[in-house]
Design a protein around this ligand. Structure first.
Ligand SMILES: *[C@@H]1O[C@H](CO)[C@@H](O)[C@H](O)[C@H]1NC(C)=O
Ligand SMILES: *[C@@H]1O[C@H](CO)[C@@H](O)[C@H](O)[C@H]1NC(C)=O
Ligand SMILES: [Cu+2]
Length: 679
């Protein structure tokens, strides 16, 4: 075996010495603990007495303490009492959505409110399992399977939310809460999504727990199992790629520290939280300033506020497929354990997550839901080779700290990364992988196809359907304090007039800073004009007088292609612009609204910003929408290689100078690197 094992030791950055050591055992932003989740379940059950049997726990989360209380506690954790631990629970009882605020120390329900607007919370895992169970026992369904010659023991079904398409009802309570059911055939493959059982329209009323819609539009061709597998144990393709084992190890141990949920590394310190709806929550990210000798706050809180996926096949069987993954299923409760050595490198440290799940609000543990690791990719973060006047090359290695979580929503996997760099940047990335959503077809060659199939023929009898993925990040930036403004720095071309200047140049470009006064000033489709987008602290300036700031450097700009009046587009109106800025409001947490399931688009980021509130010199929240239009290709079969998107939060006149000049080069030359053996 010709294995060359590359061993790289990462040395602790010299910057890491200043990290203060406070115990974060009682950090006010810690996610709910297993015992707290159990306590919430029993407080609520006790409150509802006998009716508790009909109670469903849809969303249980930490009730975020007020920001001033958190900041006060943070400034002197030993001298200040932490804010009281409170939880928010949204339960459903007798077709009513009840919002409860629970005080964990006294065990009391502080407030109880009935949601009177449209929409529902995420489906519970309990009811999804039940909906699948009753479908598989439904006599007409079993008959349809028999008619297709399918063996019921290989039929697997799953819930696919049905959305809202303009239906109205006399009374609010008359509206059924419905999920569609789709089924797949697992015979001969572990990649069952590649074998959809098409031609069925099944709707389950989740409250009544009965089938309210059933239609068999007829048998459709089912793609064969052959060639769909991707698992090593069942691969039936010849091995034609020979990769050497490559390992990176840290023989001196990790250069970061985790104290409870607080992570410290190099110049960074932040809190890693978790929420069953949104997944990872990064809070209180602060960066050490060597000149000012203090930690300076950058991001008070950041998370994925919604993930919208819409398919572009308008047929009767497919049109409804427009999913709000976080608001309808829960990106946090869909997190899946990360596999050591393949999902995260060997030097990763893992953390578990807990949520209120089945049965009926009980604690569910997701082992290894997070991993935290230092990354050295072999890149450089800054360099200069002086060859003209001297001879030297000075450079610093590209090292960073990554926090990762992966959510698996049915066929798709989303890898959510927060990467912290010694340059002061936070890079936020999303990686898409998993399996395409496909439709069976009789076509085996492109030349047979005459009309729009709404997808790509990716292999015989299989159409990979066109679709979008839009993500919205809610970024409560507090750049060196909560009072901030949003500045667009536009790059504009200027013409040189002959009379004024005696130079032959005809043009140049310069910048125009525009501070957004209100929400509508801030709303932007990026890419339409060269510009930088910076959140500044108007009260803080650097020594040369620049206003301190952090810029949001967008990734590829994507705008929606659906018509503005299409139902899913109204509900996902947060995709209309890439950048939005709102004044901080504790209730505005999710770009698709608190109740995204069957929502009608009346409680979205787009509706809130229509109020055109003032955002200058205030505590503001930036909402960034990124998207990917996905035209499937053959390489997405049988499983998709990771497709990445993201953006960066980059210091802009925040520091006096590049903060990464204060670090010594890593002594990688001392580590055991075996050079490749001569051929
Ligand atoms: C259906 O599949 C199960 C599990 O593989 C198998 O035991 C059974 O014999 C199959 N039934 C028929 C009728 O083929
Ligand atoms: C905060 O948000 C909620 C929900 O959008 C809204 O009803 C309320 O008016 C907002 N408060 C302010 C002060 O804007
Ligand atoms: Cu896709």
């Amino acid at each position: 075996m010709s294995t060359s094992r590359l061993k790289i030791q990462l040395f602790i950055l010299s910057l890491s010495i200043f990290i203060s050591t406070i115990s974060s055992r009682t950090h006010p932003l810690d996610p709910l603990t297993p015992s707290e989740i159990t306590r919430i379940q029993s407080i609520i059950n006790n409150h509802f007495g006998d009716s508790k049997r009909n109670l469903n726990f849809h969303y249980v989360a930490l009730d975020e303490p007020e920001k001033p209380a958190v900041l006060k506690w943070l400034s002197s954790p030993s001298a200040t009492l932490p804010p009281p631990r409170r939880a928010t629970a949204i339960v459903r009882l007798n077709k009513q959505n009840l919002e409860l605020t629970i005080d964990l120390s006294s065990g009391t329900i502080l407030s109880k409110k009935t949601h009177s607007g449209f929409g529902y919370q995420m489906m519970t895992i309990d009811e999804q399992n039940l909906a699948v169970k009753i479908t598989k026992k439904y006599v007409p369904f079993v008959k349809s399977m028999t008619q297709r010659g399918l063996n019921m023991s290989h039929v697997e079904c799953s819930t696919f939310t049905g959305g809202w398409y303009g239906q109205t009802y006399e009374a609010r309570e008359d509206e059924p809460r419905v999920t569609k059911i789709l089924c797949f055939y697992s015979e001969g493959t572990s990649n069952l999504y590649m074998r959809p059982i098409d031609g069925l329209i099944i709707g389950v009323d989740l409250d009544a727990m009965k089938i309210v819609e059933y239609k068999d539009t007829g048998k459709a061709p089912m793609p064969k199992a052959e060639g769909t597998d991707y698992r090593d144990e069942s691969l039936r393709v010849p091995v034609g790629l020979d990769l050497k084992d490559t390992a990176i190890s840290q023989s001196d141990g990790p250069g970061f520290k985790i104290d409870g949920h607080v992570v410290s590394w190099a110049n960074w310190k932040f809190h890693v939280g978790y929420d069953m709806r949104v997944g990872p929550v990064i809070s209180l990210a602060s960066v050490y300033d060597v000149d000012q000798k203090r930690q300076r706050l950058v991001l008070y809180k950041g998370y994925v506020s919604e993930l919208f996926v819409s398919y572009q096949d308008p047929s009767e069987e497919w049109y409804y497929k427009t999913f709000f993954d976080c608001g309808e299923w829960g990106c946090g409760q869909s997190a899946t354990s990360l596999a050591p050595f393949s999902d995260c490198p060997p030097n990763a440290v893992f953390m578990d997550a807990f949520f209120s799940g089945p049965p009926r609000g009980s604690v569910v543990k997701i082992p290894n839901a997070f991993c935290v690791f230092e990354r050295y990719t072999g890149d450089t973060m800054w360099r200069h080779a002086e060859t003209e006047f001297d001879e030297f090359t000075e450079a610093r290695q590209g090292v960073s700290l990554v926090v990762r979580m992966a959510a698996t929503l049915g066929n798709y996997d989303y890898i959510m990364d927060w990467e912290f760099k010694p340059t002061g940047s936070i890079k936020v990335e999303i990686g898409l992988s998993g399996v395409l959503e496909v439709r069976g077809t009789s076509y085996t060659h492109k030349d047979q196809i005459k009309d729009d199939q709404h997808g790509t023929l990716i292999v015989d009898n299989t159409i990979g359907t066109y679709h979008d993925h839009f993500l919205n990040y809610r970024l409560d930036l507090d750049v060196d304090g909560p009072i901030n403004s949003f500045v667009k720095t536009k790059l504009v071309t200027k013409r040189i007039s002959d009379t004024a200047h005696r130079v032959p140049r005809k043009s140049y470009w310069t910048v125009q800073h525009e501070t957004a006064a209100t929400e509508l000033d801030a709303r932007t489709r990026v890419g339409s004009q060269p510009a930088e987008f910076t959140v500044v602290n108007p009260e803080k300036r650097t020594r040369p007088g620049n206003t301190v700031g952090y810029s949001l450097v967008p990734g590829t700009a994507t705008v929606p292609l659906l018509s503005g009046d299409d139902y899913p587009q109204t509900r996902a109106a947060f995709t209309n612009y890439n950048l939005w800025v709102t004044p901080y409001n504790k209730s505005e947490r999710f770009a698709s609204g608190l109740y995204a399931f069957q929502s009608r688009g009346d409680d979205t980021l787009a509706v809130w910003t229509d109020k055109n509130r003032e955002i200058e010199k205030r505590d503001i929240v930036v909402w960034y929408t990124m998207g990917i239009h996905h035209v499937p290709c053959q390489e997405d079969f049988p499983i998709m290689p990771l497709l990445k998107g993201g953006f960066e939060l980059k210091p802009t006149n925040f520091f006096e100078r590049n903060p990464y000049v204060y670090a010594k080069p890593l002594k990688l030359s001392n580590s055991t690197i075996s050079p490749p053996a001569a051929p």
